[in-house]
Write a protein that binds this ligand. Structure first.
Ligand code: PRP
Ligand code: HPA
Length: 174
């Protein structure tokens, strides 16, 4: 995996002071734009889907990675969306971000009680987003089998915050 990830890591772009001063933003856009790197990301995360019967992708960059992972794993995908986008909402959770606050929502009628769900996002930072996504899925009776991110920002403590909550996987750590 380390060998497969080196060319992927080389494509992550560091952007200082975005979205606000003092934040070093890890921009994964070039990874997704590279066919080989994107394939590596999708296959590595798909290998973690295991027994899950659906992938949940978290808005917005988690949609891109999550859908690729779902196709490779041979399962469907459900979008976990920012508030106000879905016509019918099954569950809603407010959470704190590294920069700001937001609400995530799950569409009605897609994930039901007993479903096993693997959650995918691009970046794990404070873990607020991942925690809220997992909570939403459990609100409708689903079992969250794991969480997978392309990038994990260790210093922000997301993994520690999620410990005991969900199995956390990431392909690149900073
Ligand atoms: C980013 C990123 C993760 C989340 C990680 O999304 O894509 O979803 O923040 O941060 P956390 O672990 O501290 O919660 P953002 O809310 O910026 O939205 P976007 O994907 O729509 O740009
Ligand atoms: N990069 C991309 N997304 C993020 C980051 C970051 O550094 N922090 C929180 N979400």
């Amino acid at each position: 995996t380390a060998e497969r990830m080196a060319p992927v890591a080389a494509l992550v772009r560091d952007v200082p002071d975005f979205p606000e001063p003092g934040v070093l933003f890890r921009d994964i856009t070039p990874v997704l734009a590279d066919a080989e790197a994107f394939t590596v990301v999708a296959t590595e995360l798909a290998a973690l889907v295991g027994v899950a019967d659906i992938v949940a992708g978290v808005e917005a960059r988690g949609f891109l990675i999550g859908s690729a992972v779902a196709v490779v794993a041979g399962v469907g995908v459900v979008p976990v969306r920012k508030a106000g986008k879905l016509p019918r909402v099954a569950a809603s959770r407010r959470y704190a971000l590294e920069y700001g606050e937001a609400t995530l929502e799950l569409p009605e009628g897609v994930v039901t009680s007993g479903n096993r769900v693997f959650v995918v996002d691009d970046v794990l930072a404070t873990g607020g987003t991942a925690g809220a996504a997992c909570a939403l899925l459990r609100d409708v009776g689903a079992e969250v089998t794991g969480f997978g991110a392309l990038v994990e920002l260790r210093a922000l403590g997301g993994r520690d915050r999620l410990v005991g909550d969900v199995a956390v996987h990431s392909l690149l750590t900073y």
